[in-house]
Ligand binder design. Sequence first.
Ligand SMILES: Nc1ncnc2c1ncn2[C@@H]1O[C@H](COP(=O)(O)OP(=O)(O)OP(=O)(O)O)[C@@H](O)[C@H]1O
Ligand SMILES: [Mg+2]
Length: 398
Amino acid sequence: MGYDILTRVIEFTESDLAIDSRMGKVAGLLVKEFPFDSCAIYAWDDKEKLFKLNVAAGSRKGRVESYGQNQGLPGLARKTKKHLEAYKPGPEGILWQETEDRGLKGFKGACVYPLKDRQRWYGLLYLKSAKKVELSPGEKKLLEVISRLLVSNFKCKHHSQSLKKAGTKIKDIHSRLTQAEKLIVLGELSATFAHEIRNPLVSLGGFAARLKKKIEPDSPFNVYVDYMVNEVRRLEQIINNILRYTEQKEAVFEGTDLNNILSESLAFFSEVFKKHDIEIVEGFARKPLRVMADRHQLKIAFDNLIANAIQSMEKGGKLTVSTSREKSWAVVDLTDNGGGIEPRYINNIFEPFFTTKKYGTGLGLDITKRIITKHKGRIDVDNKMGQGVTFSVKLRRA
Ligand SMILES: Nc1ncnc2c1ncn2[C@@H]1O[C@H](COP(=O)(O)OP(=O)(O)OP(=O)(O)O)[C@@H](O)[C@H]1O
Ligand SMILES: [Mg+2]
C-alpha cells in the first residue's frame, strides 16, 4: 500500500479544499487503509492548553472532544514528545492503565502521533482499534510521514489565519488613515475659511459697535444692535478657535504659578458667571503651584474647560475649582454640576470637530488636550451622568 497511500495523502493535502476538509479526507483514508476503526486529528490550543478535536473519521465510539495537556494518551504524548503505541493486554497494558484515557473504552489498541515541529505543537493524530494492532515498521514509517504532511497542513492553516488577521488590521489602519486624511483636509479648509471670514467679521463688529454708540439708549433698535454685537462676538470666538487649532504655535515655557493663571481665567469669565447665575467655589492650594508653562496657551486650555462648564450650566449651577499637589504633579480640578456627558459620547469628546452643541466647533477639548500634552501633562475626565463632570489637569511641578 505504501506509496499509493502517500500519493493520495499528498493529493488531498495539496488540493483546493478548505484545510479542515483536506484533513478530514486524510482521516477517512487512514481508517480505510490501516487496521484502525477510528481516526481523530486534534488541534493544540495554546491559550487554553487543550487538544481540541479538529476532524474525525470512522467509529464514533469513545470520541473525546478535548484533552487537557496532562490527560489520557494525548497528554502522555505531549509530555514525552514522542509517538506512542498502547495495547491491551500486553506489556504496554501498564501504559494503557496509567493514562486513564476515557476515549479508550471498547478499544484494544491505540497510536498517537504528535503533530509538531521544533518550535511548536500543532496537534496530534489519534488512531484507535477494537482489536490489538501490530504495525509493521513500514506502516509506522508511513504514519510518521503522513503526520509530517499533516503538520504542513496545520502550518498552512496557521499562516492563513495570521494573514486574515493581518488583512483585518490593514483594513482598520486604512480606514483610520482615510479618516485622518479627511480631518487634515477639513482642518486646512477650515483655516482658509476662517482667514477669509475674519476680516469682514471684524469690520462688521466695528460698525455694529459704532452704531450702538449712535443710537439713543431708549431706542427700540438697541435690541437689534445688541443682537448683532453679540452674534459677531460669538462668530469671532469660533473663528479664533479654528485659527488657534490650525496655527500650532511653538510653546514658550517659563516658571509660573498655576493658581495665578487659573485666577486670571476665572476673572475673565466673571461677568458670564453672574449672567448665568453660576456660583464659583475656589479651593486653591495655599502656596503658589510652580510649573514650567506657556502662560498664554495654558490660559486657552483653562478657558476652554471653563467655557464648557458654563455652557453645561446656562440656567445656573456651581463650578468648583481646586488646585493641589500630588507627588510631583500640580493638579487642577474643575467640577461642574451641569448634568454630565452622555456615556455614548465620552470616547469622542476629545476628537476634533466633535460637538453636541448647536453652535459648537468641537475644537475646544482637542485644543486643550494638545496644549496639556505639549506641557507633558495629562487631562482626565470623571463623568457622573445626571450630575456633572470633573476635568483634572495634571502638570509637572517645577
Ligand atoms: N463640562 C461639560 N459638561 C457636559 N458636556 C461637556 C462638557 N465639556 C465637554 N462636553 C461635551 O464635549 C463636547 C466637545 O467639547 P469641545 O469643547 O471639544 O467642543 P464644543 O464645546 O462643542 O465646541 P467648541 O469648544 O469648539 O466651541 C461638547 O459638545 C459636549 O458635548
Ligand atoms: Mg467647548
